[in-house]
Design a protein around this ligand. Structure first.
Ligand code: AMP
Length: 598
């Protein structure tokens, strides 16, 4: 029931007093976006005025935009690597931030094959929490009654390490789930999860998923929304159910927990939750043993109103599969965030995925926008870029996001390309276009062209003794399998047909490519099981020439034609697949440990 219209918000009537406060906050921030930005920059520069970084650029305690913009360079992660390495090695002086660096957040973006390390400070947790607290008040405007049931969310922690200087390094969500903000969150009827904290916090991904699924099944009538952070994570949960429904129904029938769950605190917690329910066990067996899994989500959780998963950016490739399993339920993309900073939220979360726009919240950091010209070679010292402020971006234009954070990143290029779609009050709203330089992505992995090239080179060394070389290649992120996997098409030049590479050798090439991939890819393969074995499809000689002919027939210039290093256009896929002479899968897991190589 909506509260009194006296506290109604321009966004719509809030569901309760708490929501009214959150919606008022959104209004206030977005109405005063420019002054909030000015204050945020001044706060950050005041707080960090004595840091080594700001002193280096002789800001002399100035806190205004003009001084900041004229003195501070726009940078990328690599420019900060010496400072970050010093912090990681234990230097506790105020290098980037006046506040002590509390931990490193390990980004899924990589540098030299390892996850980027993002320094953070304690108070950033409050800022992240604040953004989270705005999501349900917005959702409640569109979906009534979410306080009458629960959310089935598949949430996981990942492994953490310590840097040589003793700081924790872990993904931002692991940091958040392990924080008191999450663990001791006050009861909120609009935010009740089926998964107990013990299940979310269990570091073993099988035990965590198993118990979260079990709780979700047991509460099936109460579940009003089903989600995971990314679409790929929700599909992994469905796959898990396909593989484990027999054991899960057994546990439901008897009210006892499978012995594979060994974590003592999780066993104890589940002991209090699990009750024998033979009727539910029969139902789960009946549904899961049907040949077709179409609409399985709504069959098992019939009261689900929407899926809460990100399907923008690289995750858009999963929309058809999610639609298949959910009978086309709405897919809500609620927020846009990163390890560096949480950016903003979707004020119209029930819109179609193609229409999703994120409103950047001006209180989160100081935001600038680098006009993005896909044809320009970039900028040089002689032609520095002209960055635009948050309120000055123009509808229809594309920009790269540049942030200045409380934790000490100054004019840092995030690498995301955004297009302005409109404004809410004076705060712009952005369509996420893509992340720069990402060729292939299945889950949180991001493989660029150079990484793929290196992987092909390394793998093709194994072909030398067969007098064989890779003359052309391209790639494809195959998400028809769960988990998805990389497919690499190879055209080979075999000089000695009597000694051509065997299936075994080509399998080893698959593994060699996987070994060359960055640590996020290898972690996905080894620890998270979020990426399947890499596949090489060898195509007939002349296939890539046909590909060129096809491109030219569609208007490409012969002189400028370049082999696309990644493909996903159906006619091209069909052409490639019709020329495949053999397929080979990686026979083993690549090497991965939580420890960093550097
Ligand atoms: P990480 O730092 O590993 O958490 O990755 C953050 C990156 O994930 C962002 O910079 C984006 O490229 C991507 N990302 C985060 N949220 C979204 C979203 N809602 N839609 C599309 N991409 C997103």
């Amino acid at each position: 029931m909506a509260v009194d219209s006296a506290i109604s918000s321009p966004l719509g009537p809030p569901a309760c007093e708490k929501d009214a406060k959150a919606l008022r906050f959104i209004e206030e921030m977005t109405r005063n976006a420019d002054s909030v930005q000015e204050r945020v920059l001044s706060d950050i520069l005041t707080q960090n005025s004595q840091t080594e970084y700001l002193r280096r650029f002789k800001l002399n305690r100035a806190t205004d935009r003009d001084s900041f913009k004229s003195k501070l360079p726009v940078i990328a992660y690599e420019d900060l690597q010496p400072e970050i390495q010093r912090i990681a090695n234990g230097d506790r002086s105020a290098i980037l931030s006046a506040h002590p660096i509390s931990e490193f957040l390990t980004s899924s973006g990589t540098s030299a094959g390892e996850r980027k390390l993002m320094p953070t400070i304690k108070e950033e947790l409050d800022r992240r929490q604040l953004l989270y607290s705005l999501l349900m008040p917005v959702m409640n405007l569109y979906v009534p009654g979410l306080d009458k049931g629960k959310g089935l969310y598949f949430l996981f922690v990942k492994s953490e390490t310590r840097t040589p200087g003793g700081l924790l390094a872990r993904p931002v969500l692991t940091s958040y789930y392990k924080s008191e903000h999450f663990k001791t969150r006050p009861y909120d009827p609009y935010n009740v999860y089926t998964s107990p904290n013990e299940a979310i916090l269990c570091p073993d991904s099988f035990q965590s998923m198993y118990t979260q699924m079990l709780c979700g099944l047991q509460d099936r009538h109460q579940v009003l929304r089903v989600g995971a952070v990314f679409a790929s994570g929700l599909l992994r949960a469905i796959r898990f159910l396909q593989l484990n429904w027999r054991q899960l129904s057994q546990d439901i029938e008897t009210g006892t927990l499978n012995q594979k769950v060994t974590d003592p605190s999780l066993r104890e917690c589940m002991g209090k939750i699990l009750k024998p329910d033979p009727e539910l066990a029969r139902f789960v067996r009946h549904e899961c043993s049907k040949e077709s899994w179409e609409g399985i989500i709504t069959r098992i959780w019939p009261n689900t109103k929407y899926l809460d998963v990100i399907v923008t950016g690289a995750m858009a490739q999963y929309i058809p599969t999610l639609d298949y399993y959910s009978g086309g339920l709405p897919k809500a993309c609620t927020m846009y965030a990163s390890s560096e900073c949480y950016f903003g939220l979707n004020l119209n979360p029930m819109c179609k995925p193609s229409e999703v726009s994120y409103t950047i919240m001006p209180n989160m950091a100081y935001f600038e926008f680098l006009p993005h010209d896909p044809n320009s070679a970039g900028f040089t010292r002689d032609s520095p870029p002209k960055l635009v402020d948050l309120v000055d971006v123009e509808i229809g234009k594309e920009y790269e996001l540049v942030i200045t954070t409380y934790a000490g990143l100054c004019r840092y290029r995030v690498g995301d390309i955004l297009r302005v779609t409109g404004f809410h009050n004076s705060a712009p709203q952005f369509h996420f276009v893509r992340r720069k330089n990402v060729l292939l992505s299945i889950d949180s992995d991001k493989t660029d062209e150079a990484e793929l090239q290196k992987a092909v080179e390394n793998a093709s060394r194994l072909l030398r003794e067969f007098n064989t070389s890779v003359v052309e290649y391209t790639s494809y992120a195959d998400t028809k399998t769960i988990p998805g996997h990389y497919v690499i098409y190879w055209e080979l030049l075999v000089k000695d047909a009597a000694n051509s590479p065997t299936d075994d050798v080509l399998k080893q090439c698959c593994l060699a490519m996987e070994e060359s991939m960055n640590s996020v890819y290898r972690q996905g393969r080894v620890a998270d099981n979020s990426i399947g074995p890499l596949e090489i499809r060898v195509v007939k000689n002349g296939t890539f020439e046909e590909l060129m002919d096809y491109a030219i027939s569609r208007g490409a210039s012969i002189n400028q034609y370049k082999v696309p290093r990644c493909v996903n256009f159906t006619p091209i896929m069909e052409l490639l697949d019709s020329r495949v002479v053999s397929t080979h899968f990686s026979p083993a897991l690549p090497h991965w440990t939580p420890e960093r190589r550097r």
